[in-house]
Every structure is written in C-alpha cells, then in structure tokens.
Design a protein around this ligand. Structure first.
Ligand SMILES: Cc1cc2nc3c(=O)[nH]c(=O)nc-3n(C[C@H](O)[C@H](O)[C@H](O)COP(=O)(O)OP(=O)(O)OC[C@H]3O[C@@H](n4cnc5c(N)ncnc54)[C@H](O)[C@@H]3O)c2cc1C
Length: 384
C-alpha cells in the first residue's frame, strides 16, 4: 500500500494550485457576486489539459483517472475557487459517455469535454422525485427516429454555460416494482421546447442553478446514450466520480479555510500572545485538520478503487459524507477563529459558507449516504 502520490500527481497538484492561486478567491468571489462566469480560470486550466485529465487519450484527454480529476477539483477549492462544472462536465458526462456512448457520440463530444471547449450540464433531480431517482417523471417517448422529452428538472447547475445537458429520463416503468426504467439523452441547451429559469440561491459561485422545462423537446434517437432502459445502471457509473470529485471540492474548501484560520491564529494577538496559544482556538483547528485528513484518505481510496475498476460505491459515499462534515466543521471553526473578521468580505470565509453547506446536501445528501451505509454495509433494514 502506497500513500505517496506519484511524481505526475504531485506535479499536477502543484500546477493546478499555482494557476488557481494566480486567480485567487478574490477573483472567484467577485465574478460570482457580479453574476459572471469564471471563464478566464476555466480557460487557464483548459490550456494545459487539466480539465480533461480523466478523458481517454484517444479523445484528446490526459488518459488518467478520477484520482487526477479529484486532484484538480481539490486544489482549485483549496485556493477558494471551487468549480461545480468540473463535477458535472468531465466527471459525470465525460465518464458516462466514455463508458457507454457509442463510437460516434464519443468522437463528437469527448474531445470538446477534454479540451474544455464543450461543457455539459447534468440533469437528474426533479421537483417531485428529489433523492428518489426511481420516481423520475421526465419522460422520453419514441416517435420514429426521435424521442420527445417532457417534464421538469431542477437545481441544474451551469445550464447557461453548457452546450449540452446529459438528461436522465423515464422511458418505461417496471411492472413489478413500479420503478422507472431510465434512459440517458444528450440534449443541446438551445433545443426547441427547452426553457430554463434561474433559481436564486445563497451560494456565492459563478455557476447558476436552473429549473428546466422540457416541452416536447425532440432529440434524435442517435443521441440516446447507451441502451434504452439501462440509464439507472449507467448513471450510477457516473455518480461515483460525482461523489469523489464533490468530496474533493469539500476537502479543498476545508483546507482553504483551515489555512486561513491557522495563519490568523498565529498572528492575531489580543491578550499579549497569539490567539492560537489558547486551546479553545487551537484544539478545534487540530480536530479540523484530523477530520480533513481522514476525509482526504477516504476520498483517495474511493478514487483509487474506481480507477482500478473495483466497486467504489461504498467508499465514494463514505468519502462524500466525511468530506462534507469535515469541510463544514473546518469552515465553521475558521470563521470562529476570525471573530468578527470571519464575517467580513475581506477575509473570504463567510462567503464560502453556502458552498460548504451545500456539500452536506448535494450531489448526495448526508442522509442518503447514511441510508446506503446502514443498508448495504451494515445490512440493516430499509425504512423507506
Ligand atoms: C446548488 C445546487 C446544485 C445542484 N446541482 C445539480 C445538478 O447539476 N444536477 C442535478 O441533477 N441536481 C443538482 N442538484 C440537486 C441535488 O442533487 C439535490 O438537491 C439533492 O440530491 C437532494 O435532493 P432534494 O433537494 O430533492 O431533497 P429531498 O430528496 O427532497 O430531500 C430533503 C431532505 O430529506 C432527506 N431525505 C430524503 N429522503 C430520505 C430518506 N429516505 N431517508 C432519510 N432522509 C431522507 C434528504 O437527505 C434531505 O435532507 C443541485 C442542488 C443544489 C442545491
């Protein structure tokens, strides 16, 4: 067992951190506040190929794994620049298309995802289904060479920036269980019949959230990804990378906050010595560090299992939970350490709170992770 990253991984970490630091949290927060996009940062990461590290080489990607994409996500967040689009575009859409797309689809979409010139959003969540994907009601109905999509999705990130959306639809219902038979489609964001409304949220991020309305949106049958009815299995294949990269964002945000807190605790002096000398300040920061390292180890294990082609479901869920909790604790303690300054714009902590709090809700909520572990790991009965 080797806990030391390869030279290539260490270099990737260092290079991404350097690019992100050259923009910094100030740039990110200002873009977000102005309702703008982090395009310059995205392009700076795209140029050396960092957005496509996990896409196969034959499509212009780096040919590496989710471990490397997780490094990119973590280092960005550790500089206060978490990018949700990395989770939906290369991690989910890139993975699902590389694995289940047919050759023509892969050739059409993967080079753009690898280069960062094509952005994908991902739409599974619905107002009436939420955490229960079996209950999805956005339908895709075949009509000759096309499918017609009807329904509503909500909380879909980055639709205004994306060229395409990987949409999870219902193409049938299992007679015995009543559960949806799901299928995945690639839908252009400018498709006729597709409209998007912004959902105002208290998260200071450049990516906006949308409700999507599909009203007889026509999609070519050739844009069905994989097999009709296999969507649930296929999408779960993409959800482990989603959980791992999501956990990496949380881990990075925790590091971002902890670094600021340690620095402040060393320099702020109100009783003749730095506040970090008080154990009421020092111990919670030490606990935050331990929790973050636990979460990072779980995340690296999940990524390693995934890249090795092994079952990463349990580890990815656990990593997502641990990272969400660790990041929330770290940011809360960092704010506390800063006293009043913790609430200022200048110190850049309170404005990441929404993004950090999100890590306990999405892409999978802490309760659904606990359900997974209770049922699948511990064998406890299902209550719902
Ligand atoms: C900023 C943001 C970005 C997002 N981006 C995307 C995106 O790009 N694409 C996308 O498809 N979705 C996206 N989502 C949606 C996100 O994945 C969902 O919000 C999340 O999965 C929870 O679903 P829900 O909001 O419907 O909550 P619900 O399913 O309504 O759950 C509400 C609460 O009940 C709990 N709960 C539900 N069922 C159970 C149960 N069986 N046992 C115990 N507790 C339970 C949940 O844990 C939660 O605390 C985003 C959400 C946000 C806020």
């Amino acid at each position: 067992m080797d806990f030391v990253e390869s030279d290539e991984q260490a270099l990737l970490r260092e290079s991404v951190a350097k690019i992100a630091a050259s923009f910094g949290h100030g740039y990110y927060a200002e873009r977000a506040r102005a309702g703008g996009r982090a395009t310059e940062l995205w392009d700076a990461l795209a140029e050396p190929g960092y957005l496509g590290v996990s896409i196969p080489e034959q499509f212009g990607g780096g040919g590496q794994g989710i471990s490397e994409l997780a490094i990119v996500c973590e280092e960005l967040a550790a500089q206060g620049c978490p990018l949700l689009l990395l989770v939906v575009s290369p991690a989910i859409a890139g993975t699902v298309i590389a694995r289940f797309g047919h050759a023509e689809q892969q050739a059409r979409w993967l080079p753009g995802i690898a280069a960062g010139t094509t952005k994908f959003a991902f739409a599974i969540t619905e107002p009436d289904a939420g955490s229960n994907s079996h209950r999805l009601s956005t339908t895709a109905t075949r009509d000759g060479d096309i499918y017609k999509l009807n329904g509503t999705k909500y909380f879909i990130s980055g639709v205004d920036e994306a060229d395409h959306i990987l949409v999870v639809t219902r193409t049938g219902t299992d007679e015995t269980t009543g559960r949806g038979k799901l299928s995945l489609f690639v839908v252009p964001t400018d498709a006729h019949g597709l409209t998007a409304d912004v959902i105002p949220v208290e998260i200071n991020a450049p990516e906006k959230q949308y409700t999507l309305f599909f009203d007889d949106v026509e999609v070519a049958a050739t844009d069905l990804v994989g097999n009709e009815g296999d969507g649930l299995f296929q999408v779960f294949f993409g959800l482990n990378p989603e959980r791992i990269t999501g956990a990496s964002i949380a881990n990075g945000l925790g590091r971002y906050a902890l670094e600021k807190a340690a620095e402040y605790a060393k320099t702020r002096n109100v009783w003749g010595q730095p506040i970090g000398a008080h154990q009421g300040i020092a111990h919670p920061l030490a606990i935050a560090k331990i929790q973050l390292e636990q979460a990072r180890l779980l995340t690296q294990k999940a990524a390693w299992l995934y890249d090795a082609g092994l079952d990463a479901g349990e580890a990815a869920n656990m990593a997502k939970y641990a990272a969400g909790e660790a990041a929330n604790f770290a940011v809360d303690q960092a704010i506390q350490t800063h006293g009043g300054n913790g609430m200022t714009t200048e110190f850049g902590l309170a404005d990441v709170w929404g993004m950090v709090r999100l890590q306990r809700i999405a892409p999978v909520s802490r309760e659904m992770v606990l359900n997974f572990v209770a049922q699948h790991t511990l064998g406890l009965p299902k209550s719902y």
